[in-house]
Design a protein around this ligand. Structure first.
Ligand SMILES: NC(=O)c1ccc[n+]([C@@H]2O[C@H](COP(=O)([O-])OP(=O)(O)OC[C@H]3O[C@@H](n4cnc5c(N)ncnc54)[C@H](O)[C@@H]3O)[C@@H](O)[C@H]2O)c1
Length: 302
């Protein structure tokens, strides 16, 4: 497997495709954002081929896309991967998209006897850069085995969940529901500590060896909050996308999950406040600002 197409050269796709280049593969990048393509070319990647061309020409195509709409258009469009791939093609999607979309693509791939694996990833941009990603794959074990060597170049924990194409996505959405909880918890708890004039670095050190510790506390505090820098990372908008998929599942199952309901509302508000393109840890700032506006309202009432 030498020729690999990579579609979606964003925060995750760019470092993953660069790691493939560094491991000696011929990588053909494609992105609707030409700046991203130019950066990829400067890094040694090949660009300039259409999607149809990539589908006909590559042994494996990997996608890393920001929405179900982009995913369905890349796979199901006239110029897309399903229509144009050859019989020995392998298609690997690493995006987090709606489970129903996974099933739609798998069905279309099956009709053309194309091997398709849905393997969302976790570990963030740091994991993509350092090749420490976790892959959660759903789909045929045979396809998993065929793509395993490549996932193993890009990550270090590679799981086959089960044969259902959406099983990796379901695993990932549960993971991201936890991330939604933890991010909100870190934001509120650290805002409270700040209000008490506590030394936030010292607090982090103590809690890191206590039950208040979490990987999201470490990520959100150390990389973003402590540096007052919210360049993504994982955007609040993408987290909200995943929380919306979770919401759809909850509604379908007719479940009542009250804390999740509140979370959905909090992230919606933060995105409406214009924070969607920042890292999700920016929720900390948003909570701080809301606190200030609540205070000034109280002042006005006095
Ligand atoms: N950022 C993270 O920490 C992280 C972690 C795990 C999983 N994910 C998931 O990985 C996926 C990508 O995330 P990201 O953070 O890299 O997003 P991103 O927005 O940074 O990158 C997506 C890229 O896809 C490109 N794109 C959009 N539509 C396209 C199309 N039709 N054809 C070709 N290119 C197209 C965009 O221009 C962009 O460069 C998402 O599904 C996200 O939920 C992200």
């Amino acid at each position: 497997m030498k020729k690999i197409g990579f579609i979606g050269l964003g925060n995750m796709g760019m470092p993953m495709s660069e790691n493939l280049l560094d491991s000696g593969f011929d990588v053909y990048g494609l992105d609707v954002n030409h700046e991203a393509e130019t950066r990829f070319e400067k890094r040694g990647g090949q660009i300039g081929r259409s999607m149809e061309d990539l589908a006909k020409f590559c042994d494996l195509i990997i996608t890393s896309l920001p929405s179900s709409e982009a995913y369905e258009s890349v796979y199901l469009g006239d110029e897309g991967l399903i229509r144009n791939s050859h019989a020995n093609s392998l298609l690997l999607d690493t995006s987090t998209v709606a489970p129903e979309s996974n099933e739609k693509i798998a069905q279309a791939a099956k009709q053309r006897s194309i091997q398709f694996l849905q393997a969302p990833v976790s570990g963030g941009v740091v994991g993509a850069v350092n090749r420490t990603l976790t892959f959660m794959a759903g789909g045929p074990k045979e396809t998993f085995n065929a793509v395993y060597p490549i996932m193993n170049v890009l990550g270090e924990n590679i799981f086959h969940i089960d044969e259902r194409i959406k099983s990796g996505t379901l695993t990932k959405l549960i993971n991201n529901l936890f991330i939604g909880f933890y991010t909100a918890a870190v934001s509120e708890a650290v805002a409270l500590a700040d209000k008490q004039n506590m030394d936030l670095d010292a607090l982090f050190d103590v809690l890191s060896v206590s039950y208040g510790q979490s990987r999201i506390y470490e990520r959100n505090y150390k990389t973003f909050i402590a540096n007052d820098d919210y360049e993504p990372g994982f955007t609040l908008k993408l987290l909200r996308k995943d929380m919306n998929f979770v919401k759809e599942i909850i509604e379908r199952e007719d479940m009542h999950l009250p804390v999740t309901d509140v979370l959905m509302h909090i992230y919606e508000e933060a995105e409406e406040a214009g924070l969607g393109a920042k890292d999700m840890s920016v929720l900390y700032e948003h909570i701080g600002e809301q606190e200030i506006s609540f205070q000034s309202k109280k002042e006005r009432v006095k």
